[in-house]
Write a protein that binds this ligand. Structure first.
Ligand SMILES: Nc1ncnc2c1ncn2[C@@H]1O[C@H](COP(=O)(O)OP(=O)(O)O)[C@@H](O)[C@H]1O
Ligand SMILES: [Mg+2]
Length: 294
């Protein structure tokens, strides 16, 4: 389908991201979430069949629920609302695509963290800092911060993103914009933390992307998905370990154990790992939306 869509007159250009396919329609984008999976910025050779639909629908669910905090790019997730040229592809687009407002991407990943894990925990263990900022002393793995932190990183065109301090961000973009990104990232995180806690999920950290349309800054990309967030099972949460998670930590743990050096190419995933992760995506979908994934 992707090749056929690329040929449509209405499509100005196509960008194949690690996970999503983005079609530029001028003032709008059509974004299709594939079943590809990436970790450590590498895309795996296998797909997780159905993953794209689940993640797209989680993101849409949240975009529709956070308008009280900030405007976002979503125009519609209903193919009938898409330009007529796409209607022939309805069956393939249904559930995994969105029509959004095109923005100028602000080239930083805005990460909010409520708990110490992943790269933040690695840095803290060695230096006692997170994104070069001193934080609470004597923290243990997965412990909650007294206050959520804003820990931006660069959005590298290729290779790994680089964590930067808030001060570095201030050097690179307008101060008012940096403050706005920080404030909104923390507000969104706190809202989601409360919302998900009531559904037995701890959102340990999450990543946002913002874009501008003229003077306005809006939320873009995806939000609160298992690809952009670290989700833990609240009932299995424990300090001092890496808790049971609903996100791609499962894949990360598997490939780390397998001895992969995190450089391309990413290794083949065994069928049981594919099945297990799909199961986790379905479970998190039903916990969030209250509906069984069909
Ligand atoms: N509203 C938007 N306006 C412009 N670009 C967007 C918008 N929403 C998402 N994007 C961009 O589309 C791409 C989505 O595809 P993805 O697979 O995540 O790519 P990547 O490998 O670059 O992370 C990202 O580069 C993201 O920044
Ligand atoms: Mg991305």
């Amino acid at each position: 389908m992707i090749d056929e869509l690329k040929k449509l007159k209405i499509v100005k250009s196509h960008y194949a991201g690690k996970v999503r396919d983005v079609f530029d329609l001028g003032e709008q984008l059509l974004i299709i979430t594939s079943d590809r999976i990436s970790a450590y910025d590498c895309v795996f050779p296998n797909i997780i069949p159905g993953k794209g639909k689940i993640l797209n629908q989680i993101s849409v669910f949240f975009f529709k629920n956070i308008s009280h905090i900030i405007d976002n790019h979503l125009i519609s997730n209903n193919v009938d609302d898409f330009p007529a040229e796409f209607h022939d592809f309805k069956d393939q687009l249904d559930g995994r695509s969105v029509l959004v407002k095109k923005s100028k991407v602000i080239p930083f990943e805005c990460i909010a963290r409520g708990y110490i894990s992943g790269s933040a925990w690695e840095e803290y263990k060695h230096f006692g800092t997170v994104n070069s900022q001193f934080v609470d002393k004597n923290m243990k793995q997965s412990q909650r911060f007294t206050q959520p932190l804003f820990t931006p990183s660069t959005k590298a065109a290729s290779g790994h993103d680089e964590n930067i301090s808030y001060n570095k961000l201030l050097e690179r973009i307008d101060k008012n914009i940096a403050e706005y990104l920080k404030e909104k990232s923390l507000e969104l995180y706190k809202w989601a933390h409360q919302f998900l806690l009531e559904r037995d999920i701890i959102i340990a950290d999450t990543k946002f992307e913002f874009g501008s349309i003229g003077e306005n800054i809006i939320l873009i990309d995806e939000i609160f998905t298992p690809d952009s967030s670290r989700f833990w099972d609240k009932n299995a949460y424990e300090i001092g370990i890496s808790p049971k998670s609903y996100d791609k930590q499962f894949i990360r743990d598997f490939v780390t154990k397998s001895g992969w050096n995190k450089m391309p190419p990413a290794p083949e995933l065994p069928q049981e790992v594919i099945d297990k992760s799909l199961e986790k995506y379905k479970l998190v979908y039903s916990k969030i939306t209250g509906e069984t994934y069909k």
